[in-house]
Design a protein around this ligand. Structure first.
Ligand code: MN
Ligand code: MN
Length: 408
């Protein structure tokens, strides 16, 4: 028996004893460890993928409180096809990859220095979070106003449905960003591309439209050569200002990291929705950072499903789906998570480094309901008759919402 699988087998077979001794699980450990719950069910002598199981301790040994069936609530961008171009690459996690994700589709895109995401538009609203490097974005609003800005790590942009735009990687090493579209069925391969339309118009129509000879259009590039293509790094932002044009009165970018966060003992929360970023009418966001051991408190959202992107670290999420159903999923950097509308949930940092993730909602506002705050703001006698808990519990209830808890 291979040493890795043998160790795994032994840990599995020994069940609760080993699991309890192991304490907190670190997914980078060489063996698949059981979570610190008494395990049931015995060994697994058949085929297995220890690498995947190591990433899924809460699937392999679920908390005994888990029960029933929930749809899959996680998909890793590392399991998504990468479409490569001369200027970068892109991959997407949509409803096709993660069936439950009907409200939002995600795209992870890399543009090398000078790399251009072709001028295009689409039916969906586009929200973005910059993951790495610097980019220049351009757009035109419906009043003919131009918009150009440079964005860096932690900055956002939002392009409303139908608004044409472009993205270009700047020096020294381009950029990578997360895109979120307000429709789970979005397809990054089905956008309206500048080169595609030019290629599918009679030259005499183009000639008439632009007032130039038809021969002008004899050597148009193939659309498949564009989409994401290598280009030249542009000069200073000010030099790209459109002379004689009208600058847009709208602001399509936002510095999320410049917002003062809600700071708690176990981490921070930044919330950006249409109240702080007015153009972003269809995507509301929270950026959460949890210190090791800290937890996003038990809560749910009264407005829509939650789409998550894990930026850094490792954690787990427990989701309560009513009717006695509850499941726990494990997450790490590069994963997409999902919580269907109104389902109760928590997210716990199970790693040794900060856990950072984005919560996104197809909504113009961020909203959540805290279980703790709800019980604290309900007549105590009424609560006591439900849960039969002692005065220590009743006195610990907090009328102030505390989105992150440490248990200390
Ligand atoms: Mn776009
Ligand atoms: Mn939530």
């Amino acid at each position: 028996m291979h040493s890795l699988s043998r160790r795994h087998f032994m840990a599995f077979a020994a069940g609760g004893t080993v699991a309890l001794a192991a304490g907190r699980v670190h997914a980078h450990d060489a063996t698949v460890q059981a979570h610190p719950y008494p395990t049931r069910g015995g060994s697994d002598p058949g085929p297995r993928d220890p690498i995947r199981e190591r990433e899924n301790p809460d699937l392999v040994n679920p908390p005994p409180t888990d029960s029933g069936t929930l749809p899959n609530l996680r998909f890793s961008f590392s399991d998504a096809h990468v479409r490569k171009g001369t200027g970068g690459w892109t991959r997407q996690v949509t409803q096709r990859e993660l069936g439950v994700s009907t409200t939002i589709a995600g795209v992870d895109m890399r543009l090398n220095a000078g790399g251009i995401r072709e001028l295009h538009w689409h039916k969906e609203g586009e929200w973005s979070y910059m993951l790495y490097g610097k980019a220049r974005i351009t757009a035109l609003d419906a009043d003919g106003g131009w918009f150009i800005d440079d964005v860096g790590v932690g900055d956002l942009w939002y392009f409303p449905p139908g608004v044409p735009h472009s993205i270009q990687g700047l020096g020294p090493d381009g950029c990578e960003f997360l895109l979120a579209f307000d429709d789970g069925n979005f397809d990054e391969d089905s956008t309206f591309l500048l080169s595609d339309w030019f290629k599918h118009l009679p030259p005499e129509i183009l000639a008439k439209n632009f007032g130039v000879p038809a021969a002008t259009f004899a050597t148009l590039p193939a659309p498949e050569e564009e989409y994401i293509f290598a280009g030249n790094v542009p000069g200073a932002l000010a030099a790209d200002a459109i002379r004689g044009g009208k600058k847009s009165a709208r602001v399509f970018s936002h510095r999320m990291m410049a917002q003062k966060p809600i700071t708690l003992a176990g981490g921070t929360v930044r919330i950006t929705d249409a109240s702080t970023f007015p153009i972003s009418k269809t995507i509301a966001a929270a950026l959460v950072e949890l210190q090791p051991g800290a937890m996003r408190e038990l809560h749910w959202h009264p407005n829509n499903d939650e789409w998550q992107y894990y930026l850094e670290g490792e954690g787990r999420m427990g989701v309560f789906a009513a009717s006695g159903q509850a499941r726990t999923f494990d997450y790490r950097a590069g994963d997409v998570g999902y919580v269907p509308f109104a389902m109760g949930h928590y997210i716990e940092n199970t790693g040794t480094t900060p856990l950072r993730f984005l919560e996104l909602f197809k909504s113009d506002r961020y909203a959540d309901i805290s279980l703790n705050q709800w019980l604290a703001n309900t007549p105590p006698a009424l609560v006591e008759q439900h849960l039969h808990l002692d005065q220590t519990f009743m006195q610990a209830l907090n009328k102030t919402k505390t989105p992150i808890v440490t248990g200390d």
